[in-house]
Design a protein around this ligand. Structure first.
Ligand SMILES: [Zn+2]
Length: 358
């Protein structure tokens, strides 16, 4: 599936109706809000196991804020994840030709009600919560969320020059590197081969110069080179793979989290990190929203503009998995999203690094 923005420019209204527009309304450019209004407006509906009242999740009606659980809109008995799972998509306007889905995180059973209440409490603004978490259609079409996510976090605060942590996205030509420490990001770099020096050797030099202790590298693109690099920087470099829901409880699973006594494992496995792609990007956006990641750059700096460009290619969409279940995922309009992933690795690595230290 392509992007709504593209469809809008390419297709007339009659052709629109034949396409499926399903997405959380995260990016106003794509006009999902309007499309959803015109659509058959599918909601995830389920019956209360106690009183049988048929309903879909509504934040104001289904949340027991005191006990931090979901409850039935009518009888106020608890609605469990299992009840939600037993629901189905139901259209409010079944006759309409355009198919639209409203997908709040309240129906994502890996997020508990308590998680979402905490998210609301932590959110800097309610608009974020309503757009990203509840997934209600946009009310403010002016909100250019992705660019401001970075710009609001720019800082002039003095940093020490040690880039303790790096995140690296690997491509055919470039390594995209984001580096910094708890104080913020101050390296945004694109590294390629130079005469007499490979991009990997140059990355090694960068790590030496900035005293980098912890580097998380995309392992999927050029696995052999990444492992070779990890061998040369042993104890500092880990390889990341995006996997769907690698473990239900955590967003990333580290090779060395597994008890050593389980079995003797290969070194290659011990430096492997499995990352839930969508949840980790959700977390990244949430952390940016909360001001947890600062950038030691000035507005207009070409590096920061490039990072913003890459982030702005991202949009949220819904796809059907092989079991026929709808799921939300992050996609890029152009595929030019390398710094977004480098930043994602950086954020995951920084959290892990802080865990080790504490
Ligand atoms: Zn009920």
């Amino acid at each position: 599936m392509g992007v709504v923005r593209d469809y809008n420019s390419r297709l007339g209204a009659s052709e629109l109706a034949k396409k499926r527009f399903i997405s959380t309304p995260t990016i106003p450019n794509f006009g999902i809000n309007r499309l959803f209004d015109l659509s058959d407006q599918k909601h995830w509906r389920f019956n209360c196991p106690k009183c049988k009242f048929r309903q879909h999740m509504e934040w104001e009606k289904n949340v027991d804020f005191e006990n931090k659980i979901y409850v039935c809109q009518k009888c106020h008995n608890e609605i469990t994840a299992n009840t939600i799972r037993c629901g189905e998509w139901e259209a409010r306007y079944p006759g309409r030709e355009t198919s639209g889905y409203w997908i709040p995180q309240m129906i994502a059973t890996y997020r508990t009600c308590a998680d979402l209440i905490k998210e609301l409490e932590d959110a800097e603004d309610e608009e974020y919560f309503y757009n990203f978490v509840l997934g209600v259609p946009y009310l403010n079409p002016e909100a250019r969320i992705p660019g401001t996510l970075i710009y609001k976090n720019l800082t002039n605060e003095k940093h020490n020059d040690k880039a303790k942590v790096m995140g690296v996205d690997v491509g055919k030509q470039f390594l995209h590197v984001i580096g910094g420490n708890e104080k913020g990001v101050f390296i945004i770099a694109e590294i390629e081969d130079k005469v007499g020096k490979t991009k990997w050797e140059r990355l090694g030099e960068l790590m030496d110069v900035y005293d980098t202790q912890f580097c998380l590298i995309d392992g999927g693109w050029d696995t052999n080179s990444a492992y070779n690099f990890a061998r040369k920087t042993i104890g500092k470099t880990y390889l990341a793979w995006y996997k769907e829901d690698p473990s239900k409880a955590s967003i990333s699973r580290w090779g060395d989290d597994i008890k050593f006594t389980d079995k003797l494992r290969k070194w290659e496995e011990s430096v492997r990190v499995l990352i839930d792609r969508n949840r980790s990007i959700d977390l990244l956006i949430s952390d940016l929203r909360k001001g947890k990641i600062r950038f030691n750059f000035q507005i207009g700096d070409s590096s920061i503009e490039e990072l913003v460009d890459h982030i702005q290619t991202m949009y949220s969409r819904t796809v059907t998995d092989k079991h026929g279940k709808e799921k939300r995922e992050w996609a890029s309009t152009t595929g030019n999203d390398h710094f977004l992933h480098a930043l994602n690795y950086f954020n995951i690595a920084l959290n892990k690094y802080n865990d080790y230290k504490s």
